[in-house]
Design a protein around this ligand. Structure first.
Ligand SMILES: Cc1cc2nc3c(=O)[nH]c(=O)nc-3n(C[C@H](O)[C@H](O)[C@H](O)COP(=O)(O)OP(=O)(O)OC[C@H]3O[C@@H](n4cnc5c(N)ncnc54)[C@H](O)[C@@H]3O)c2cc1C
Length: 291
């Protein structure tokens, strides 16, 4: 969205294609406290403000999913899920990251029927139910805090012997009596009939398999860059992030730029993604002036 605002203000003829507004910020379970200008703001409100600002610009917006980007001579062709194709002289990739799946039996089968990747979106469906959050990092702990508004019991399962959440989040979770943190837990299976009714995890210290009866599984084990549609045009690092020239956000293909969490920029934060988006739009403008 920031790249869109900057590109439009440089008077570039700009089309922004997005599946949805908000990206990872829309999944943020507790208030954002580190975006300057807002001491505390919900992810939803911050995103609504970004979108309002974006829509004030002279910019075309398509709600669609990009399935392929191809380079033909000097132009790019962008293909979308609803079978549209767009031509462009330059492309900015800002597709961020998707939640990393668990890849255990039952996960795919029960998506939308007990398995969720967004506590804030789906939490209200689990009112007075028992749920598990898989992942004991900050995202997992924050999901548990959000879920405590609705669920009657929340397990947090962490694969490692120690949780990774910071002290503040650990303190917050301790105060919620209905939470139980289980470490050294390797999730093996999600079970159910029509909906989830249990999970099986292995205690990695004893090797024993343990069943927990519950109705919701919230996956918070990190994210993976959304890059499937640009294979061949960019180089990736070991984390599958797009490698960019840090000076101007150029990928290995001239005219193809990338910004934010989809890239190998070290810090993954809203302010950084926004800054990178601004920088990339300005570099794109410079590139188009010269080409
Ligand atoms: C649970 C959680 C909590 C966080 N908390 C904080 C925090 O408190 N403070 C902070 O600064 N940062 C936080 N972050 C990190 C922050 O959300 C990210 O750094 C930031 O959202 C990255 O922005 P982005 O635009 O690069 O990517 P994203 O937010 O991932 O946005 C990518 C956008 O691209 C779209 N898209 C993806 N693929 C396609 C496609 N093929 N076609 C069309 N559109 C597509 C998506 O729909 C989405 O709108 C948190 C992240 C998570 C997951």
């Amino acid at each position: 969205m920031t790249a869109g605002i900057y590109a439009a203000r440089q008077k570039l003829n700009t089309l922004l294609i997005t599946k949805a507004f908000g990206g990872q910020v829309a999944r943020k379970a507790v208030a954002i406290e580190n975006y300057p200008g807002f001491e505390e703001i919900s992810g939803l409100e911050l995103i609504q403000r970004f979108e309002k600002h974006l829509r004030k610009q002279k910019i075309d917006i398509e709600r669609d999913s990009v399935t392929k980007v191809k380079k033909m001579d000097k132009k790019f062709i962008v293909f979308t899920g609803s079978k549209h194709r767009f031509e462009a002289e330059a492309v900015i990739l800002a597709s961020g990251a998707d939640p990393r799946p668990l890849e255990v039996p039952g996960e795919k089968k029960f998506i939308g029927r007990g398995v969720s990747y967004c506590s804030i979106c789906d939490g209200p469906l689990f009112s007075n139910k028992i749920v598990a959050v898989i992942g004991g990092g900050n995202a997992g702990f924050e999901a548990a805090i959000a879920l405590s508004k609705w669920a009657k019991k929340i397990y947090i399962l962490e694969y490692a012997p120690e949780v990774g959440a910071d002290e503040t989040n650990q303190e917050r979770v301790k105060k919620i009596r209905r939470t139980e943190v289980i470490t050294s837990a390797a999730l093996k299976q999600i079970k159910g009939k029509e909906f989830v009714n249990s999970i099986v995890y292995q205690n990695r210290k004893t090797g024993k398999n343990i069943t927990l009866l519950l109705e919701g599984v919230f996956v918070e084990i990190g994210s993976q860059p959304a890059t499937s549609f640009v294979k061949g045009l960019v180089d990736f690092n070991e984390k599958d992030e797009i490698k960019i020239n840090p000076r101007n956000n150029q990928t290995k293909t001239p005219g193809l730029f990338a910004a934010g969490d989809v890239t190998n920029v070290k810090e993954k934060q809203i302010i950084i993604a926004a800054g990178e988006g601004a920088k990339t739009a300005l570099s794109t403008y410079e590139y188009l002036q010269k080409s």
